[in-house]
Design a protein around this ligand. Structure first.
Ligand SMILES: *Cc1c(COP(=O)(O)O)cnc(C)c1O
Length: 335
């Protein structure tokens, strides 16, 4: 299968499978799993944070961060397009009694400071308590500028808020900016990383912060049913994701650029190649094209695409340049 739907479809490498089969394990709810402990310690040191928590998913890691930063009746500022507002089932409100305050994202994915300032509530019983600003990087494939992150830090310090990063694809941001990951995450009080997207692990995300916040998050993780037992089986693959698969993300980015250029040679498809910064791209598709039929035709040739307009394509470690050529040939025939 050549699967352009998401980078979540990546399969664990032989190296990961070997590490998983041989992982030393214990009961992680007792903090007894040496492989989970090793991953958490490694991740904390690697990113310059005090502590890390291995979580079952990015959704869970974000929710734990929100629940550990905020109390009942608090609110967090976030993007209207933010994953942890729009795509996580309203978890912060449903399970945390935390109110989201979404702000319209600018075209580059940032949240304008004037709008954020205007949304901060006065200390008054009429209002929820504004506690946290949550950013996302990359957001829909776009990289937040480092200068913006620095300004965001100054902004939260000035307004006495905490700063969280939904960093599901933060390694893609680092690769695109050609900086070490610490140059991005150093501005934040907490951040998440998805190990199971472009980094290629089968399962798992990390939440990083200071020891006190991670202790609170660990408690909520158990409450949410996210305490896993011999989780070293999956943490072993997560460590390899962090040690082996971060440097190669630049290949996914150049493949995405190539895919964008090639899509522009197909009738009815249009991509603004200047907008392709990482591994996610969006194509405008002529409304005369029956996308459901197109997806079915391609599926019969072992190619999987999403539907939608704009239509999202994602590159990852299981997609090569040759795969893109095969896809473009099939697409031209199909349309
Ligand atoms: C995928 C994603 C998540 C959630 O990760 P899951 O492991 O799918 O729950 C959170 N934030 C962003 C930006 C994502 O892309």
């Amino acid at each position: 299968m050549i699967d352009f739907r998401s980078d979540t479809v990546t399969r664990p490498s032989p190296l990961m499978r070997q590490a998983m089969s041989q992982a030393l394990v214990g009961d992680d709810v007792y903090s007894d799993d040496p492989t989970v402990n090793d991953l958490e310690l490694f991740a904390a040191e690697r990113h310059g944070f005090e502590a890390a928590l291995f979580c079952s998913s990015g959704t869970q890691a974000n929710l734990l961060a929100l629940m550990a930063h905020c109390e009942r009746g608090d609110e967090y500022l976030c993007g209207q397009q933010a994953h942890n507002y729009k795509f996580e089932g309203g978890g912060a409100a449903v399970l945390g009694s935390i109110q989201p305050q979404p702000i319209e994202n600018a075209a580059d994915g940032t949240l304008p400071f004037e709008k954020l300032t205007a949304a901060i509530k006065p200390d008054d019983p009429h209002f929820a308590r504004t506690t946290l600003l949550s950013l996302e990087n990359t957001i829909n494939g776009k990289v937040l500028p480092l200068t913006y992150l620095q300004q965001a830090r100054e902004f939260v310090d000035q307004h006495n808020l905490k700063l969280h990063l939904d960093g599901a694809r933060v390694y893609n941001a680092a690769a695109a900016l050609n900086v070490d990951i610490t140059e991005i995450v150093k501005y934040f009080d907490s951040f998440t990383i998805c190990l199971s997207k472009g980094l290629g692990a089968p399962i798992g995300s990390l939440l990083l912060s200071d020891k006190a916040l991670i202790a609170r998050a660990r408690r909520w993780r158990k409450v949410l049913g996210g305490g896993m037992r011999q989780a070293g089986i999956i943490a072993a693959a997560g460590k390899i994701a962090l040690t082996e698969n971060t440097n190669r993300l630049v290949d996914d980015h150049s493949n995405a650029k190539y895919l964008a250029e090639q899509l522009n040679t197909v009738n009815g498809f249009e991509v603004n190649t200047n907008h392709v910064q990482t591994n996610i791209l969006f194509a405008k598709v002529d409304s005369k094209i029956d996308q459901t039929k197109l997806a079915t035709t391609l599926k019969s040739q072992n190619i999987l695409i999403s539907t939608g307009n704009p239509l999202r394509f994602v590159t990852h470690l299981d997609i090569t340049k040759d795969d893109i050529d095969i896809f473009i040939t099939a697409l031209k025939t199909a349309v």
